[in-house]
Design a protein around this ligand. Structure first.
Ligand SMILES: Nc1ncnc2c1ncn2[C@@H]1O[C@H](COP(=O)(O)OP(=O)(O)O)[C@@H](O)[C@H]1O
Ligand SMILES: [Mg+2]
Length: 404
């Protein structure tokens, strides 16, 4: 019993590095390919449902990029970095300063563009304040000014042995143009990168976000279609799921062993979704320890795990839907293709059979927009819909069964 490892290695939670990052070989290969471009023709979008492993995969890309000579900069856009052009500019300059602040330039070079440095000062570093002043003194539109600063920085950064900069933005679905406020941060970002990449400046853009991200970019600028290689992250394969479950306890010479049967059950319950794998394994590990100490074999407390998942993960999202929206979602959850893609027509047809008060087609379309804004549904580029939360269909069917 002394050798018993008591620390639970599993890590459910946004952005928490898993004890073992399983699978994703194809995605890493794809990133390596894009990071091997000398002239950037393709940037990367890493997209997928919440909890599928986008953020932790970015962490895996970072050393690959650095090994290939890139400087890795970027941020999480969950904060409102994306609401105005001004905020976007400050975001980009702050990130740029991380790479540029080690560069020392002759003060003359920045004085020439209007930066007021003391006459006695012969050298200046390109820190945030200097970049901001340079930006403000540059004439033109926001995008012209940004391009000028990016070019200026690259002029001084080339020759330092770096291959280029990778700008990495997580939760980039938050970027949006706001025509009513005349704020176009998303379009500015795309214009700026397209233009500097055309000038063969090696600044690679990597955007991560929910499946709404790519359609949004294309809507803002049609050329975005050609600018990005979209990598859609999905569930882990069976073997990768097995690794994600087994490796963390195997490597620790743990007294805990899960039978193949238990592992298969975890895979089935989680449907291979990384967040659910971590969540279920964390519970199974805890309960297995209790059993072990009592001399019982490990088992899966399925009922309890599901109940906990429902309250911890699903209930909050569900509670934001109105009664009528729930009726609609219940219909969707009972479609044969609920876990995949579905159409308005399919929903209308099944609603006729299921509900006393069915929905018209235009009503369904309208409600799907609202559910999209609430983050429960998303529309793909082919006009089909999917649940935006993994395994939401199962949760809804459970609710229906429990009369909830
Ligand atoms: N390939 C993987 N193998 C094992 N666990 C993973 C893997 N990818 C993600 N996870 C786990 O899944 C959870 C969600 O990952 P995260 O990167 O936050 O997802 P996303 O950014 O797509 O919402 C985390 O607990 C993480 O440790
Ligand atoms: Mg994330």
């Amino acid at each position: 019993m002394a050798a018993l490892r008591l620390i639970n290695p599993f890590m459910p939670g946004a952005g928490h590095r898993p004890p073992y990052l399983a699978g994703r070989e194809g995605e890493k290969y794809e990133f390596r390919r894009l990071a091997s471009q000398d002239v950037i023709l393709e940037n990367m979008i890493l997209t997928g449902l919440r909890g599928v492993g986008k953020t932790v995969l970015l962490d895996e890309f970072k050393p690959i990029a650095q090994e290939l000579g890139w400087i890795w900069i970027g941020a999480d856009l969950s904060e409102s970095a994306s609401v105005s052009e001004e905020r976007l500019v400050r975001r980009l300059l702050a990130d740029l300063a991380v790479a540029a602040s080690s560069i020392v330039v002759a003060t003359e070079a920045v004085r020439a563009v209007g930066f007021e440095a003391p006459v006695t000062q012969h050298e200046t570093t390109l820190n945030y304040d200097v970049l901001l002043v340079l930006y403000e003194r540059t004439p033109g539109l926001v995008s012209d000014k940004l391009k000028a600063i990016l070019e200026f920085v690259w002029e001084h950064l080339r020759g330092t042995g770096h291959r280029g900069l990778v700008f990495v933005y997580d939760e980039a679905q938050n970027l949006a143009d706001h025509a009513e406020k005349e704020e176009y941060p998303l379009s500015v970002l795309l214009d700026v990168f397209q233009s500097i990449q055309r000038k063969k400046i090696p600044f690679l853009l990597v955007l991560t976000g929910l499946p709404t991200l790519f359609p949004k970019l294309v809507e803002a600028r049609t050329f975005a279609e050609r600018m990005f290689r979209v990598v859609f992250l999905r569930q882990l394969s069976q073997p990768a799921s097995r690794d994600a479950i087994r490796k963390p306890i195997e490597t620790e010479a743990s007294a805990l062993k899960l039978s193949d049967e238990v592992i298969e059950k975890i895979i089935a319950l989680s449907a291979g979704y990384p967040y659910f794998i971590q969540f279920i394994c964390r519970e199974v590990f805890d309960s297995a320890l209790v059993n072990l100490q009592a001399g019982r074999p490990p088992s899966i407390p399925v009922e309890e795990i599901i109940r906990k998942l429902d309250t911890d993960f699903f209930a909050g999202r569900w509670s934001r839907a109105t009664d009528r929206q729930r009726d609609l979602l219940a219909v969707v959850a009972h479609l044969d293709n609920a876990a995949d893609e579905f159409t308005t027509q399919e929903i209308v047809a099944l609603a006729k059979k299921m509900l006393e008060k069915p929905f018209s087609s235009s009503h369904v379309t309208q409600m799907l927009v609202a559910l999209g804004n609430a983050g429960l549904i998303y529309k793909n580029r082919h006009g089909r819909y999917s649940f935006a939360v993994p395994l939401l269909d199962q949760f809804i069917r459970r609710q229906a069964q429990n009369g909830g």
